[in-house]
Design a binder for this molecule. Structure first.
Ligand code: COA
Length: 168
């Protein structure tokens, strides 16, 4: 049996291509059939290697989880953007390659992202997930999140409900 090392660290510019690839695979896997095809394609193609290289170089916080030296997923985090919620931190995105899902990596990345927000002095945390993304809803509920608010996001004229989970 091979033992693979799991490492979670801050993303570096050299990770941009791998993160763009994870983004592409994970978004297609999670949202095909939910977000209209054209809007999903546009969102994926906008976030190529250069977009990620720029995001990593700007001050925004991007974490990667590596398994056996390969990037298996990423998380982005920072200040909570929803004024009506009092939690200070937010995980904007948390995505794993489809073949890396369901084996505990998401839980580890979530815990690391939460620690990072704490280390930045941000108290409490918010995560938004589309209501139709059943895996994400059970993941965040299983991680102890309370669903406290809902909103609507419009993709190519299709309105989708989103749910906010919070941790104090
Ligand atoms: C959602 C996601 C981040 C979860 O990470 P993961 O590594 O797959 O989850 P874990 O293996 O750590 O599982 C933790 C818990 O989540 C839940 N869960 C994870 N995958 C699930 C699935 N496919 N179906 C139902 N529940 C699931 C389970 O409750 C699991 O608890 P258990 O350990 O008691 O079984 C990951 O599956 C993913 O990237 N999905 C696609 C993208 C996405 O939806 N991201 C979130 C956008 S807001």
């Amino acid at each position: 049996m091979t033992t693979l090392t799991v490492d979670i660290r801050k993303a570096e510019p050299r990770d941009a291509e791998a993160i763009a690839d994870v983004h592409h695979e994970a978004w297609r896997g999670a949202y095909a059939g939910i977000i209209p095809h054209r809007a999903l394609n546009a969102m994926i193609s906008r976030r190529g290697r250069d977009w990620w290289a720029h995001a990593i170089e700007r001050a925004s916080s991007v974490l990667v989880i590596e398994v056996g030296g390969q990037v298996a997923g990423y998380a982005t985090l920072g200040r909570n953007r929803a004024r009506e919620l009092r939690q200070q931190g937010e995980i904007y995105e948390l995505y794993l390659r489809p073949e890396c899902q369901g084996i505990g990596l998401g839980s580890r990345l979530f815990a690391a992202a939460r620690d990072k927000l704490d280390a930045h002095g941000l108290k409490g945390l918010v995560v938004w997930a589309l209501e139709e993304n059943a895996n994400a809803l059970s993941f965040y509920a299983g991680a102890g999140g309370r669903d406290v608010a809902e909103g609507v996001e419009v993709f190519d004229q299709k309105a989708l409900r989103k749910i906010a989970f919070v941790w104090d």
